[in-house]
Design a protein around this ligand. Structure first.
Ligand code: UDP
Ligand code: MG
Length: 324
């Protein structure tokens, strides 16, 4: 993955705020104002940078971002060559951070920047590497969005091998070491909240109420939502690949039942000649096809996981006893 190497300007800030922006022209100045205020309160006026990533917007987002760079000293503006999608835009921002703590927030102010201070407290008190916002409520969103999001997070929890907390977006604080690991993961179909969960270390929830959008409309139409859900399921769960194995087990039960019934009918009831053998052949063939599919599925799953190149393990720390 290409990393964005900024020439080092001055000292590294304590905090980097990363914001992916796609067609958000009307909200940028309010976003920057509120983020700056919260960051100044938390780490002082020289202690932060705000990284705004324009994900190939077609409106005046880049102009708004550029005008912020000329007005304030804490802004890093990144413009992607086209629209790559939320998760890639966020990764681009994460690859440019210089701070020790990273605050990820959406551009639409649905997640209040004022929670930065309290979240930093939670991070410090718990010695946590991640403090993730967990939505208690969502205001101003359609019933469909709320319902589909609730269902999505619960299905994900049920079917993934990694514990991905429910009702959690990308609004979070994370330590630099988590950020670096996420940026180094080369997988293309990225589901960052799942990737962060998979890294481990201490991760604590921060319950909050999600607000209405400050301006504009959602940049996640149904097609993008479906693609996002597919990335999450295919990237973190082998459930769909294992479907053939589950079906094969079901078929085995049917095979036993139908065999018993066919034999009984053949012995004691009147059946059309050839019916028993056709029944047995059909069900045996289906069973073996499903078994073959599930074997192929298992191999494909393993190849798929290997191509992701996720680290085999991540060390927290090593201690050695002192030599005598
Ligand atoms: N976004 C982006 N690229 C996209 C779609 C969205 O960078 O292709 C940004 C968007 O500007 C916002 C964040 O991702 O900052 C989340 O998008 P949105 O608020 O529209 O999603 P929702 O909250 O409706 O799920
Ligand atoms: Mg939003």
């Amino acid at each position: 993955m290409q990393s964005i190497e900024e020439p080092a300007v001055g000292h590294a800030p304590a905090l980097s705020i990363v914001v992916p922006c796609f067609n958000e022209e009307d909200g940028i100045s309010e976003l920057v104002r509120r983020c700056s205020e919260s960051a100044t309160l938390a780490v002082g006026c020289d202690g932060y940078e705000i990284i705004l990533v324009d994900d190939g917007s077609s409106d005046g987002t880049w102009a708004s971002i550029s005008s912020e760079t000329s007005r304030r000293s804490s802004i890093v503006a990144i413009k992607l060559s086209r629209n790559y999608g939320h998760q890639v835009a966020l990764t681009a921002g994460l690859s440019a951070v210089r701070g020790g703590i990273i605050f990820v927030i959406d551009a639409d102010l649905q997640d209040p920047p004022e929670l930065l201070g309290p979240m930093l407290e939670v991070m410090k008190d718990n010695r946590a590497d991640v403090v993730y916002g967990q939505r208690k409520s969502r205001t101003g969103e359609s019933w469909f969005k709320t319902f589909s999001a609730r269902l999505f997070y619960r299905l994900l929890e049920r079917f993934t091998d990694i514990l991905i907390p429910v009702d959690t977006g990308d609004f979070r604080l994370m330590s630099r070491r988590i950020c670096d690991i996420i940026v180094q993961m080369p997988e293309r179909d990225r589901f960052i909240r799942g990737m962060v969960a998979s890294v481990g270390f201490k991760q604590v929830p921060f319950p909050y109420d999600r607000q209405e959008r400050y301006a504009g409309t959602t940049k996640y139409p149904l097609s993008k939502m479906v693609r996002f859900a597919m990335d999450a399921f295919l990237g973190f769960s082998m459930a769909l690949l294992r479907f053939a194995s589950v079906a094969a087990m079901g078929m085995l039960l049917a095979l036993i039942g139908v065999t018993a019934y066919s034999m009984y009918s053949w012995l004691y009831l009147q059946v059309v000649p050839g019916w028993t053998s056709i029944m047995l052949t059909v069900i045996l063939c289906s069973f073996f096809q499903l078994i073959a599919l599930s074997v192929v599925g298992e191999y494909v799953g393993r190849i798929y996981l290997s191509t992701k190149n996720r680290p085999l393990f991540i060390l927290d720390s090593i201690k050695r006893s002192e030599p005598r």
